[in-house]
Design a protein around this ligand. Structure first.
Ligand code: ZN
Length: 358
């Protein structure tokens, strides 16, 4: 900030943002708290850096300012956009994430800022101050520059090796933090599932497969590639499970499937009563496995405490210290038990039959 006073602001460029020119952008600021406010006074956005200072409600609702902010600001003539980090809690930490440009709208540089800076800019504007920022972003996008792979750990089924239970998380993370939570937790419990089954010398009837997806954050590329390669074999998937909302205190399993499959799943989850993780809910939360859910494959996800997940999500705060090792072990035990039983029971979880409408 260069006016009304000098201050450095912590920013993180959003995923896929274009850079600023080499000399940066110096422009006045127009702060709005919603898309409606921008639409109602879009004449004030021309040539400005638009700041979206929308308080966190839910992740699903609030991310629209991160994903669509650059496009809406550009339509109003803005030269750059800044978005209040999508989090309910802040210690002056920006939280990044993906943004979506549109082909026929000018691509303007876009970054996230902290709650503290976002509310400061709002207060300055409300007081009638003239706010000027100098913004420099050196973002680079390298399309088709890198090949990454999903990592798969498999214990072949002893009787029906062609039938599969999948547990999963994603290996990739944002450039800030280390991704211990998003999604090291999901990776850890899925990897631990394979390790525990092997170490215990168990040979489940069906194949147990841990899939550690790549490139989820760029847009579910690993999950889409896996579905493209294996969606045709959907009848062979007994159950697919994904954990990508943190592995904090576990409660049970959320599930998407037919009434009959849900009933079976409740029985399986009830076996974990010694862990105190017998809750079930619906629907399952998926990103990488969404393709399988959409064609009727029974799908589970971790049901756990998510109260603090967005405190650390996509920020420098995503380190292993967010986790409690006892809870991690409990989550791994729940995850492994449910997947193992589904892999070894004598019956199939029925799949949803979809009728394709002409
Ligand atoms: Zn994730």
């Amino acid at each position: 900030m260069t006016s009304p006073r000098y201050a450095n602001m912590h920013i993180l460029g959003l995923g896929s943002t274009v850079p600023t020119p080499a000399e940066g952008i110096t422009a006045d600021v127009f702060v709005v708290s919603s898309f409606e406010e921008l639409a109602a006074s879009s004449d004030k956005a021309e040539g400005k850096i638009v700041v979206f200072n929308a308080p966190f409600t839910t992740y699903g609702d609030s991310i629209s300012y991160r994903t669509k902010g650059a496009v809406e600001a550009a339509k109003a003539g803005a030269v750059a956009s800044l978005t209040r980090s999508v989090t309910p809690f802040s210690i002056d930490t920006p939280h990044t994430g993906w943004l979506e440009y549109e082909d026929d709208v000018t691509k303007i540089p876009s970054a996230c800022i902290t709650i503290e800076d976002s509310t400061l800019l709002q207060r300055l504007q409300d007081r009638g101050e003239k706010i000027t920022l100098h913004l420099f972003m050196g973002a680079e996008n390298h399309e088709n520059g890198t090949v990454t792979s999903n990592t798969i750990i498999e214990i072949e089924g002893s009787q029906n090796p062609e039938e599969v239970v999948v547990v999963s998380g994603h290996l990739d993370s944002w450039d800030v933090g280390v991704g211990a939570m998003d999604d090291g937790g999901g990776v850890f419990i899925s990897w631990m599932g394979a390790k525990a089954i092997k170490n215990l010398g168990l040979n489940p009837r069906r194949t147990f497969r841990a899939v550690l997806f790549s490139a989820e954050e760029q847009g579910i590329w690993g999950g889409d590639a896996y579905f493209a390669a294996h969606g045709e074999e959907k009848e062979n998937f007994q159950l697919v499970m994904e954990s990508d909302m943190g592995t904090f205190t576990p409660y049970g399993i959320d599930f998407s499937g037919t009434d009959e499959a849900t009933c079976m799943m409740k029985e399986i989850v009830s076996l974990t009563y010694l862990l105190g993780t017998t809750e079930t809910g619906s629907p399952a939360d998926t990103s990488d496995l969404g393709g399988f859910t959409s064609v009727g494959v029974p799908t589970g996800s971790l049901r756990a405490d998510t109260d603090t997940y967005f405190w650390y999500h996509h920020s420098n705060g995503d380190h292993i210290e967010v986790y409690d090792s006892t809870n991690l072990d409990k989550v791994a035990a729940l995850w492994t038990s449910v997947a193992y039983v589904a892999a070894d029971i004598s019956f199939r979880l029925p799949q949803q039959n979809f009728t394709i409408l002409e």
